[in-house]
Design a binder for this molecule. Structure first.
Ligand SMILES: O=P(O)(O)O[C@H]1O[C@H](CO)[C@@H](O)[C@H]1O
Ligand SMILES: O=c1cc[nH]c(=O)[nH]1
Length: 290
């Protein structure tokens, strides 16, 4: 058996995993991920009980029960770099024995559901709507550091490369699907079906211009006009691609539930972000126990 060195599987003095600061017994098998630390309590305010509260850096965790179901809520902060940490450490908490530092023979599968904010790039997907990411495309390169070819949708990758004509020093896009069981569980006529683009920044990587010009002025337009096998890219944010990719490789189920707060096609921004996010949180909690 492979014994993981102290420099690779890093445990704190109290036995908790390095960044999340959590012990294996402190997490549930259903995990809600949010970007914003302050969104954790916006979710657990609806819980019956909260048994764990742990904070380290941007990673704020609370575990409790909602209508009798044990759920853990964790803030990831912004970006797929943080998702690399959160997904690997969550998996280690359930699938590595911290005493022997060996991978457990039995695999535990987590349900990992992101509740995030996002900007629509299609006129017909308005602000204050909820969108499920059936597919995600990563422009962030994280997956390319792993042996991830098997879980990528190569025909989508190639079609995107052709359509976007990406600058050759940028990384190549990778497309990954959500878990089909979670899609079925969370779908309803109330929510949009989407294909979510995740990138490494909020401004130029999402085609936003304040003072700095873009390398490719037409990037947002090209993203919005992409279509392959009847699927269009619908919205942009900064984490879903990595959550889908790492979850698939690690044998977990993942879904991203997006609160659309901006419409980049019309230039609109929600007039009440708190209400839009609360609606998305209540929708997701209802589907989790429904
Ligand atoms: O609201 P969260 O979950 O942080 O998600 C979105 O908001 C942040 C940018 O404002 C990025 O993390 C993006 O993915
Ligand atoms: O446009 C948006 C809105 C929220 N989060 C993003 O990353 N982009």
């Amino acid at each position: 058996m492979n014994h993981l060195a102290a420099s690779e599987l890093i445990l704190n003095q109290d036995g908790s995993i390095y960044h999340l600061n959590l012990l294996p017994e402190q997490i549930a098998q259903t995990i809600l991920l949010v970007g914003d630390q302050n969104r954790v309590e916006k979710i657990t305010q609806y819980f019956d009980t909260v048994e764990v509260v742990v904070k380290k850096r941007e990673f704020h965790t609370q575990t409790g029960t909602y209508k009798g179901k044990r759920i853990t809520v964790i803030s990831t902060g912004i970006g797929t770099d943080n998702i690399d940490i959160v997904l690997n450490e969550l998996d280690a908490l359930v699938n590595i024995d911290f005493d022997t530092r060996e991978i457990k023979p039995e695999h535990t599968q987590l349900d990992i559901i992101r509740i995030g904010t996002s900007g629509s790039i299609q006129q017909e997907i308005p602000v204050d709507s909820i969108l499920l990411s059936h597919l995600a495309v990563g422009f962030d390169s994280l997956l390319h550091f792993y042996q991830s070819d098997e879980i990528q949708l190569e025909d989508f990758n190639k079609a995107l490369e052709r359509h976007l004509d990406i600058y050759d020093r940028n990384s190549k896009p990778y497309v990954v699907a959500a878990d089909q069981h979670l899609i079925a569980q969370f779908s309803s006529p109330e929510v949009y079906e989407g294909f979510t683009g995740s990138n490494v920044g909020f401004y130029a990587p999402q085609g936003r211009v304040l003072r700095l010009p873009l390398r490719d002025d037409n990037m947002k337009g090209k993203l919005a006009t992409f279509s392959h096998r009847g699927k269009k890219i619908t919205n942009l944010e900064m984490e879903t691609s990595a959550i889908y990719g790492l979850s698939k490789m690690l044998g977990h189920r993942a879904l991203s539930v997006n609160s659309i707060i901006a419409n980049r096609a019309t230039g609109n921004f929600t007039s009440d972000g708190a209400q839009a996010i609360d609606k998305t949180i209540r929708y997701a909690l209802d589907k989790l126990v429904g």
